[in-house]
Design a protein around this ligand. Structure first.
Ligand SMILES: *Cc1c(COP(=O)(O)O)cnc(C)c1O
Length: 392
């Protein structure tokens, strides 16, 4: 069984594929035909790896969190994606895709963003590499995430307010897809997670797989073996989790844990726990688990963290869930908040609210004293200070 790679049609088991309007066929086919050859070429890898090292600041540290380990009586390592340039793992993917777009001869980049982290990462890559950048963002998110809107504008991106639907992330994706249909030749759509039509889930997972590649090398150096007992990551669409799990999914002794946003509770009607609440459906171009009514209307998700506030989940993760290769936990808003404060006070690291969902697994599951537990700290908490202060 291969968990890592989709089949030639982009399926992970029964999930994935490319469900797109005819107008998008040329774009998607161009990508499907060329992406592997381009991103695996020596020339591409030389430029990409150089930027990851010297611009993004990789490798990010694998930090042994001594105080946190003491508290939970186990061996906890934090993969510090929060120390990347722009403050999260998103830049790994944004840079990769903008480099790919250049090689495809594109001059215009579009992206969607919820919390603004992916928008900032994409605007950053476009500033660096000299491409026009348009970011679609729900009107409500624009109000909630003012500092990131300011950063995007300073970086030279045009931020377009989306006023349809619930005026949040899923509506921004719809609007970006509409733009792409209208500008198929000049434009590349930089999707921010392991979602969307094939080949995006695989493309984004490959760019994020640097996370688990480094974890293996760093563990080997620190403890003499490449495999931990557990890897843990939060899942919105699932890109930091896909990167954290990628080189471990075929390693049977490594247990994999995903943390979803429970919101106010899975039964509260205000949740984003897709594996608990979702059913088979098509959302944004791929077949996966989707929070929807019986007649296929998408249900509005809720999470305290804008980055996890999404009614779907990437097909890679839906497959891991279905095959029970990964264990899924639903973490409520208040549980994530508690763990954000705990990490800050114990280790002096202010995590993103999204990452705090992964930390909260420590309260849900009992680990042994000698277990090596690696948690992906997907981003830093600067953007969440307002929420944190409200809950101090
Ligand atoms: C966007 C974001 C997430 C959620 O996105 P994934 O694709 O699931 O990784 C998680 N953490 C941070 C810090 C983010 O910015």
């Amino acid at each position: 069984m291969n968990y890592k790679n989709p089949d030639e049609h982009g399926y992970y088991g029964e999930f994935g594929g490319a469900f797109i309007p005819e107008m998008l066929y040329p774009n998607i086919e161009e990508l499907q035909k060329n992406y592997l050859q381009i991103i695996e070429s020596e020339d591409f890898q030389a430029e990409y790896q150089d930027l990851l090292t010297n611009y993004v600041g990789r490798a990010t540290p694998l930090y042994f969190a001594k105080n946190l380990s003491q508290k939970y009586n186990t061996q906890i390592y934090l993969k510090r994606e929060d120390l990347n340039h722009t403050g999260a793992h998103k830049i790994n993917n944004a840079l990769g895709q903008v480099l790919l777009a250049k090689r495809l001869g594109k001059t215009r980049i579009i992206a969607e963003t919820g919390a603004g982290q992916h928008g900032v990462a994409t605007a950053t890559a476009c500033a660096l590499l000299g491409l026009e950048c348009i970011v679609y963002m729900g009107e409500i998110d624009i109000q909630r995430q003012a500092p990131n809107v300011a950063r995007m504008k300073m970086l030279g991106a045009e931020v377009v307010a989306v006023t349809s639907g619930s005026k949040t992330l899923k509506d921004a994706v719809n609007e970006a897809l509409r733009d792409w249909i209208n500008n198929p030749v000049t434009t590349h759509y930089v999707i921010g997670s392991v979602v969307g039509p094939h080949p995006f889930p695989d493309l984004v997972a490959r760019f994020q797989s640097i996370i688990s590649k480094e974890i293996r090398e760093q563990l080997k150096e620190k403890i003499g073996r490449e495999n931990p007992d557990y890897v843990i990551a939060c899942v919105g669409g699932g890109s930091n989790a896909a990167g954290t799990f990628y080189h471990f999914v075929e390693e049977k002794e490594v247990k994999i844990i995903a943390a979803e946003a429970g919101g106010l509770g899975v039964d509260s009607g205000k949740s984003a726990a897709t594996t608990f609440l979702g059913t088979l459906g098509v959302l944004h171009g791929s077949k996966s688990l989707v929070m929807q009514t019986e007649d296929g209307q998408v249900i509005e998700p809720h999470s305290i963290s804008a980055g996890l506030d999404y009614p779907g989940i990437g097909p890679f993760h839906a497959h891991l869930f279905k095959e029970k290769r990964a264990e899924f936990f639903s973490i409520n808003d208040n549980e994530a908040l508690k763990c954000a404060f705990e990490l800050t006070r114990l280790e002096g690291i202010i995590p993103a609210l999204e990452s705090s969902h992964a930390l909260a697994v420590l309260d849900k599951k009992k680990f042994n004293e000698n277990d090596i537990v690696v948690i992906c700290l997907s981003g830093r908490g600067d953007k969440d200070m307002e929420t944190y202060l409200k809950n101090l």
